[in-house]
Design a protein around this ligand. Structure first.
Ligand code: FAD
Length: 407
């Protein structure tokens, strides 16, 4: 019988594990350890929080009283220093050992800092934590020259926020367009072109080096001879899974903590959820999800494994991102599709692009069209075949289309 559980990490994955354990009927000892002030949400860090429109308190994943109501011991500002699977527990950085029949690692990730010469300068920022956002925010004064390295989700969001704050923004990425794997080539191109239309200077380049100058920072791009001067730089070049505890405890780690379909690691007493994990399906390691909802679903799966209850039905992966006042959502797989179907006109109100394989929708990406993504998810999950001409017609009611769909 499982009588005590320690969750290490209070991001969305850790908090959703705790919530799913309690809602699933677990009434044993439950501790959530988190290094931060309190468990908070990350997506606003590149959006409204960075823009100064939200306070940190508004980002709390749960109100403070929720932990008491749910009888969850929240050990905030506390770091787990080691796993002690053999003695069934975890060791905190002050040496205290918390006993645990099961440990759930929800340790998240760090923003990647590639070894570019000069990248350790205080003027070179990353964006993963509220402290990171606070530091970057101070640099985003009207007229400040910001270089954003990386045009993926976080780089593009932060570039758009900085533009809104009156900064002079330059965005560099060696790929044109970035994000094609996530949203498909045509939408990626449209989204990337939007930066220049809105006033961001966009360059196809990588960065060879940074060098501090009197009052600024120079960036040497691999496409140009002369360095360019900026006031601040943001590196938005991906994340690095936080696997220190897992590695020290001898768990299998391959670019992330390896878990099975129920989130169990190579040690049956230790589960892992969210950004630090990589799932192995039929012997094949999957790409890390790195999205909010995937981390939340991991928590539900881990709780089901611990409680021995049925796993939730799998559903197509979903994410959202916001830039230049547009809300973008993606579901399923956009890469390597047979062909695409477009509903609406890019640049003229809401539009969606559906990826089609064998006559069925396998992925969709939509701009300002949540309903299209929701309908697509039902098509993908249910393997429903819909009339593709009707799908492309923005006058067609998607609910009717779903009712007429064949499974
Ligand atoms: C700026 C930003 C914007 C984003 N925007 C979007 C978006 O628009 N849409 C989307 O789908 N996704 C978005 N994401 C991704 C999404 O937020 C992440 O996938 C999600 O936060 C992952 O949650 P997590 O719980 O796995 O990790 P985290 O949120 O990183 O939480 C891990 C926690 O573990 C704690 N921890 C680590 N080690 C220890 C230890 N040893 N002891 C105690 N505590 C420890 C950390 O302090 C941290 O609080 C964004 C991410 C960022 C950074």
């Amino acid at each position: 019988m499982v009588a005590s559980i320690v969750i290490v990490g209070g991001g969305i994955a850790g908090v959703s594990t705790a919530a799913a354990l309690r809602s699933g009927g677990y009434d044993g000892d439950l501790t959530l350890v988190d290094a931060g002030e309190f468990p908070y949400d990350r997506p606003p860090l590149s959006k409204d929080y960075l823009a100064g429109k939200q306070e940190l308190a508004a980002l709390a994943l749960q109100p403070a009283e929720w932990y008491d109501d749910q009888e969850i011991r929240l050990a905030n500002r506390t770091t787990v220093a080691a796993l002690r699977p053999a003695e069934a527990g975890v060791e905190l950085s002050d040496g205290t050992v918390l006993p645990a029949d099961r440990v759930v690692l929800a340790t998240g990730a760090h923003a990647a800092r590639p070894p570019i010469p000069g990248a350790t300068s205080d003027r070179v920022h990353v964006l993963r934590t509220a402290e990171d956002a606070d530091g970057l925010r101070k640099a985003l004064l009207p007229g400040a020259r910001l270089l954003v390295v990386g045009g993926g989700l976080i780089g593009a969001e932060a570039a758009s926020t900085a533009l809104g704050l009156g900064c002079e923004v330059t965005l560099v990425d060696p790929l044109t367009p970035p994000l094609a794997a996530a949203v498909g080539e045509e939408t990626a191109t449209w989204l990337h072109d939007l930066h220049a239309e809105r006033g961001i200077s966009v360059l196809t380049a990588g960065v060879d080096a940074f060098e501090e100058t009197a009052g600024g920072i120079a960036a040497r791009l691999n496409s140009e001879h002369a360095p360019r001067d900026f006031d601040a730089v943001l590196l938005g070049v991906g994340m690095r899974a936080e696997t220190t505890l897992a590695e020290a405890a001898g768990l299998e780690v391959t670019g992330g903590i390896v878990v099975d379909a129920g989130q169990t690691t190579s040690n049956p007493a230790v589960l892992a959820v969210g950004d630090p994990t990589r799932r192995r399906v039929d012997g094949v390691l999957q790409r890390p999800a790195e999205h909010w909802e995937a981390a939340q679903h991991d928590g539900t799966r881990a709780a089901a494994t611990i409680l021995g209850t049925p796993q939730p039905e799998p559903t197509a992966a979903w994410f959202w991102t916001d830039r230049h006042g547009l809300h973008v959502e993606g579901v399923g797989r956009m890469a390597d599709a047979g062909h695409t179907v477009v509903r609406g006109t890019p640049g003229d109100g809401p539009f969606s692009v559906f990826a089609i394989d064998d006559g069925r929708v396998v992925g969709a990406v939509a701009v300002d069209d949540t309903k299209a993504v929701r309908a697509s998810r039902r098509m993908i999950d249910g393997r429903l075949a819909v009339d593709l001409d009707d799908l492309a017609d923005s006058g067609t009611d998607l609910r009717k289309l779903l009712r007429a769909a064949k499974g």
